[in-house]
Design a protein. Structure first.
Length: 462
């Protein structure tokens, strides 16, 4: 059996789930469901990133130990993914015992293979806790983090270094040959351009931070949170015998970690690199950057309340080409829901079911072939284009009803019309299944055996 192993980033446990996390995770779920449907052993990994200075600080504020604190909040993401029908194979936490062991084994190997310096180097830099990273001068405005508006911590301590520079040529070859398939293509070119400027060794441990995984070869240090987090993909993949990952789905802000640092770490222990790293774009809400200060953050619960689970999955993925930046507004999402789901799909199913019920029509032919055009688009992660294909079929069938006017037909002719239509409907439902799992299941059930009309699939939003 072929396998397909996809991952979302693991989300920072003290972040509040928002439309950005939701978008990535739904996309990863759709692609995994698709591969499952066409017969692969497909797995999806998602989870929570629970170490680092930010969490240590937040726990202190709540008068809790970091472990108690993350135990309290780590289910928040999990609950929202369950609500959104995300069919993850495991929800990994970086505080899970097996992960900690794998991280330590991984770093020990890096150390033994001379990919990590034998001794720490003195590091001086400016650390932004909000970013959980060292800031370059360009990322600061008047000495303050441009994004978090906080002053970074002046920081001088001994750190262990990963010799990233050793892997420069190897990475350039792997990425330019698409052996590590970095997409979209513009992102690949960006990454290649940056490699050519030269890779510098990076700090991978902290001596002053307790809330992290101890380095196996020097337990006065903890593993830098980003390094610990990246290894989560390997923890699950290795345990299940499905490494390398077929797809790391990430936001473009963390592409560098996933396309450079992570593959280099794997190369350093002679492991296979991921097959594809795909970075999707960012979005704005009504043309504005999403921010707590502006108060325009869209939470997944709000979307589910308004559009339902399948409706949310649809309006997000159909909105703009995957990989590009895009803009959302409630008006846009409402329009898309009403036009495509309530009027388009919902109406079509209702019309045909009604006609079928009138003459006690029975579906006898049930094909299970996935539309090759939709399949091709999904393999390229072109979600919105795949949906466009499906909606062309919906529109074509709608048009046919208007032309044929089946309500005027004699029973024999009507039955023939219904046979053809129900084959098409089942095929549409099969293509929709990775996107709208519950709705597709409802349609497939409705159009097997005797067809009955049912309640409206997507009541209009006013
Ligand atoms: Zn910052």
């Amino acid at each position: 059996m072929n396998k397909y192993y996809a991952t979302t980033p693991i989300y920072y446990v003290n972040d509040v789930p928002h439309i950005g996390h939701t978008y990535t995770t739904i996309a990863a779920d759709v692609i995994t469901r698709f591969y499952k449907q066409i017969g692969y052993d497909a797995r999806l990994l998602t989870g929570a990133d629970e170490h680092g200075a930010k969490i240590e600080e937040a726990a202190k504020k709540h008068n809790l130990k970091p472990q108690q604190y993350v135990d309290q909040i780590s289910s928040e993401f999990k609950q929202i993914w369950d609500k959104l029908n995300i069919n993850y194979s495991r929800f990994i936490r970086t505080t899970d015992e097996d992960h900690i062991k794998i991280v330590q084994g991984f770093l020990q190997k890096m150390y033994e293979n001379d990919a990590i310096d034998q001794n720490p180097r003195l590091y001086k830099g400016l650390y932004c806790v909000g970013h959980e990273k060292f800031m370059s001068p360009e990322e600061l405005t008047d000495g303050v983090c441009s994004e978090h508006k906080t002053k970074p911590i002046e920081y001088a301590e001994e750190n262990y270094y990963f010799k990233l520079s050793k892997f420069q040529d190897q990475l350039e070859t792997l990425i330019s040959s698409d052996e590590i398939n970095v997409r979209p293509i513009a992102r690949k070119n960006e990454v290649l351009g940056k490699i050519k400027q030269g890779l510098e060794d990076i700090s991978i441990s902290r001596a002053s931070l307790e809330w992290g995984i101890p380095l196996p070869f020097d337990n006065k240090h903890t593993v830098y949170v980003w390094i610990d987090a990246l290894i989560n993909y390997y923890t699950y993949g290795k345990e299940k015998g499905i490494w390398p990952a077929d797809l790391h789905l990430v936001g473009k802000d963390i592409l560098w970690f996933h396309s450079i640092i992570w593959p280099a770490m794997l190369l350093s222990i002679n492991e296979e690199t991921p097959k594809q790293v795909f970075a999707h774009g960012f979005f704005t809400i009504n043309g504005q950057k999403m921010s707590k200060t502006i108060g325009n953050v869209i939470k997944p619960e709000e979307l589910i309340t308004k559009y339902g689970v399948d409706g949310t999955r649809y309006v997000l993925l159909s909105a703009f080409p995957f990989g590009e930046d895009g803009d959302f507004s409630w008006e846009y999402l409402d329009r898309s829901f009403n036009a495509d789901l309530a009027n388009g799909l919902g109406n079509l199913i209702a019309r045909i079911a009604k006609l079928a019920e009138k003459v006690n029509f029975k579906v006898t032919e049930t094909t299970e072939i996935f539309d090759p055009l939709v399949s091709q688009k999904l393999k390229e992660l072109k979600f919105s284009e795949a949906l466009t294909f499906i909606w062309q079929d919906i529109a074509a069938l709608d048009k046919k009803i208007n032309e044929v006017q089946p309500w005027k037909l004699e029973t024999a002719e009507l039955t023939e019309f219904l046979s053809e239509s129900s084959i098409k409907i089942r095929s549409i439902a099969l293509s929709l299944k990775p996107f709208l799992p519950e709705t597709a299941e409802k349609i497939l059930t409705q159009f097997s055996g005797e067809v009955k009309s049912g309640p409206s699939l997507f009541p209009r939003i006013r």
